[in-house]
Design a protein. Sequence first.
Lengths: 455, 65
Amino acid sequence: MTQTAVALANTVRFGLRSAKEVVENTLNILQTRDQTYHCVTKLLADRALRMAETLDARIADGTPVGALAGVPFGVKDLFDIEGLVTTAGSVVLKNNPPAKHDAVVVQRLIAAGAIPVATLNMDEFAYGFSTENAHYGTTRNPRNPDCLAGGSSGGSAAAVAAGMLPFALGSDTNGSIRVPASLCGVWGLRPTQGLLPLTGVYPFVPSLDTVGPLAGTVTDLQRIFEAMQGHSLDEVDDVRGLRIAQLAGWFAQDVEPSILDGIDRIRAFFGKARQVELAEASRLRAAAFVISASEGGALHLPRLRARPMDYDPATRDRLMAGAILPASAFVQAHRLRSWFRNGLHDLFREVDVLIAPATVGAAPRIDQSTITIGGKKVSARANLGLFTQPLSLGGMPILSMPLPPVTTGPGAGMPLGLQLIAAPGRENVLFAVGKALAHAGLAGYPVMGATGDAG
Amino acid sequence: MASDIQANAETAQEVAAMARVVRLPIPDACLPGVIANTELLNSYVDLVLGFDLPDDCAPAYEYTP
């Protein structure tokens, strides 16, 4: 039986279950059930059990413990964990020295009482949307193991969706939290660019990288984000009075009808939601590709020269192509980013929340190489970021929100997700909208084995 | 088909030249994948460079809300 992080912390804080019992149970679940999904790259069993015993002793002493007391969690394999080599889903870094400290956001979660129990699978160096890793295997979607989990934080999203972990950490450069969260049917947050520290997180594209949580409910997600940020969010008084707008044009083409139906229901909930178009979305996406390839390629250039064959072939070929891109394209892409950001700032003077699909449809099958976009067959994997990449450039906070299960249409039986975008630093608005929609039955997808609400 | 082969050969020459600039040896086994990715990236470069921006629009390397 899967409990939410908030419920689990309460049972531990009030002595109904020991943290050690919770951690032992979680490790057992990961050892047995993960054989089907391949989310876990390392179990942190000894350390997790020691931390649980320490926490139980503090509770027995009456020492105050944090809001996430005894809650086990996993981290994408690019967060530093003290004493371990951070491999970032690769074998290229295996001879690096072990991390001297946990990543700062991991330290903050531990300070709130949470206990890291596992590192989780990802695309090598976070460069992909599928979590098909030549070194560590393919993470399978718990909703249908024949389908992709999405990536690059696929191990994190799948472990939460499967009900094996109450929450997990991921990173999002071009959509690497939002895509797998959507395909696996969990909540995820790409916070405002620069809001959470990246100290102890292996970089991919430093000017676009962010880290954030994935969880089974929006209430859990907010609690975890608050612990990562270090303080509580302000309340939003009048959620129904917020100015909501649907992103049309680029963000409404080739989309699974059930997703558009879900957006229509949300627009009706708010009564007067308008539609707006983001100009030049295809160029914005192109700019995200150019920036990612250039910065990623430059970061890896010394190792690409020395030992290219140690890389996952798919990652290596992308990085090499990026490393040789001309500087003028990279600089122009960043100028385009500046232009887009100024336009978004203007738009957020008129609206509070933008709504867009996270992906064009449900998770592709692992053996499916193409999807149809604009009447053409295109790579399924490369286009999973069609709607997330342009928005990454803006730097705004984006909530990945699962729609409720649908029973008819091409997407029946598999999760579908949306992006909610707010002005910089307005994560509180996103959580308020997410909670209102979950309460109204317009958002949320139950994690496997859950007995409570999905929101 | 003939034009595809010619385009591919042109991209291969471009890859070889640009790789020399950054001192990146590209093993033969990697070349087809690097050429394919370069062709894809070139289509994005065309989109990015094809958009006129005012001279005072500065690059945005970091985000300051």
